[in-house]
Design a protein around this ligand. Structure first.
Ligand code: AHR
Length: 354
């Protein structure tokens, strides 16, 4: 904020000097000559009043990610008072660190980071803190020794998302297999599960794994046959699923930690002769809630989709405005989310934009 004030003061001072010179040189003047405001200076002045934000985004690995980038670009637009420097890290933490280092040297007003993985952030966040630049962590979390290294977090509760997937599976089992009400562990029939994991070490992976595992551990008959990293992409989802089908012919449930991997996994399952979803050979649970996936929920191809809401731009813009105005704000800001099944999906499908 101080930097913007200083910039405006310098512009006014410059105008006064120019005006003074004109008066001295001309001796006389008319009002048209007095005008030192050209379209360029007007544009510069209006740019100087904008809040500058550097944003290091994870990449463009998924439909979800594109929706998240668009939401942030739209909310942090010039018409809303922001000048956004958006940098795509292409799924590499080293690119993120490089971008943040540049934001610090350019002394932006705010830094946004959607961290690819949780670890490795202490040093660069310390640098941002020493430069006096507030950092807002977006979407995924950082694992740092000192929470004061970031100002706030805006995103979703990935642990809770994992628990929701587990809770849905409990319900599914109760509805589809004979269930002994006396036993908290469910039926004796084994339930074989494979997990397609997102990028190892990301909050979206570790939170969803942990949340699901905490429900899983309550069920003696649930067996995780394999958990394999498919990096949140359709291509890897398909590859990993195809390799799992070579090893196992008794998979009951696929937990795919995002929609894109589920699309690939379903293709691999279909190519190997399996049907999926309601009345299918294999149940599929995915995360995100993109339009394409919700259509597959409606059509009974995906059984359940746990929402991860990418529309975070407005919340970030509001948060920055609160900080700018010296108003109180929450440090951790999680967005509310639903679980979509065939029972509720129609009410949400039409309004889904991504
Ligand atoms: O961090 C959010 C996750 O990252 C989304 O589930 C996934 O689709 C994305 O790539």
């Amino acid at each position: 904020m101080k930097k913007r004030v200083l910039r405006s003061v310098s512009i006014v001072a410059l105008c006064v000097v120019i005006l003074g010179c004109m008066l001295i040189n001309a001796g006389t003047f008319n009002s048209a000559e007095l005008s030192v405001t050209t379209p360029e200076t007007e544009e510069n002045e209006s740019q100087d009043s904008l809040i500058t934000v550097g944003f290091s985004q994870v990449g463009s690995e998924s439909v979800w990610r594109s929706a998240n980038s668009n939401s942030i670009k739209n909310a942090l637009s010039e018409k809303n008072g922001f000048l956004l420097d958006f940098v795509n890290a292409r799924q590499k933490q080293e690119n993120q660190i490089k971008a943040v280092r540049r934001f610090i040297s350019q002394q932006v007003d705010y830094i946004l980071i959607a961290p690819i993985t949780e670890s490795g952030w202490d040093t660069i966040l310390q640098d941002a803190k020493e430069a006096g630049i507030p950092v807002i962590i977006v979407d995924r979390m950082v694992d740092v020794s000192d929470d004061s290294l970031y100002t706030a977090f805006v995103g979703t509760d990935k642990y809770e998302e994992g628990r929701k997937a587990g809770a849905w599976l409990e319900e599914y089992e109760r509805e589809n297999f004979p269930y002994d009400e006396e036993s908290e562990e469910g039926p004796e029939r084994p339930l074989n599960i494979v997990v397609l994991k997102g990028t190892e070490g990301s909050t979206a992976q570790s939170g969803r794994s942990k949340g699901f595992e905490d429900i899983y551990l309550k069920h003696r008959n649930w067996h995780i046959l394999a958990e394999i990293d498919a990096d949140f992409t359709t291509l890897k989802g398909k590859e990993v699923m195809a390799s799992l089908l070579e090893r196992y012919d008794d998979i009951d449930v696929v937990i795919s930690q995002n929609d894109d991997m589920a699309f690939g996994a379903i293709e691999a399952l279909n190519e190997a002769g399996y049907t999926t979803g309601i009345d299918g050979d294999v149940a599929v649970v995915a995360f995100d809630g993109t339009k394409k996936a919700l259509r597959m929920v409606r059509d009974g191809i995906i059984n359940a989709d746990v929402e991860c809401n990418p529309i975070q731009g407005e919340m970030i813009a509001n948060l920055i405005n609160l900080i700018e105005n010296g108003q109180p704000f929450e440090k951790i800001n999680n967005i509310d989310e639903l679980t979509f099944t065939i029972y509720n999906v129609n009410a949400h499908l039409n309004s889904r934009k991504y």
